[in-house]
Design a binder for this molecule. Sequence first.
Ligand code: FES
Length: 104
Amino acid sequence: MTGWVAIGLSAAALEAAGPPAGEVEGRYLVVGQADAGLFAIEDMCSHAACRFSTDGEIDGGVAICNCHGSEFDLFTGEVLAPPAREAIRVFQVNESSGEVKVRL
Ligand code: FES
């Protein structure tokens, strides 16, 4: 299924609680509020499939995988630091009527 899917949280709740990870329509995502805005990334490093939710962290606009140190732009998915060579998947995200929605 594709389209905009509500995750059941507001942007304010995301900011207060930190980025949650979970399954949305069969995809594992990390969704959060960074200084530059809302982000949604697939919860899987492109290097060797570690999960950001358990083996990583978000620092500013960067997703860091602590398994081997790869870094990715939260908004474009591009690799900022190796050993990963492929971008991670990022998803459009917005808030309307107080609900954060991700486009799958
Ligand atoms: S699995 Fe993420 S850097 Fe290796």
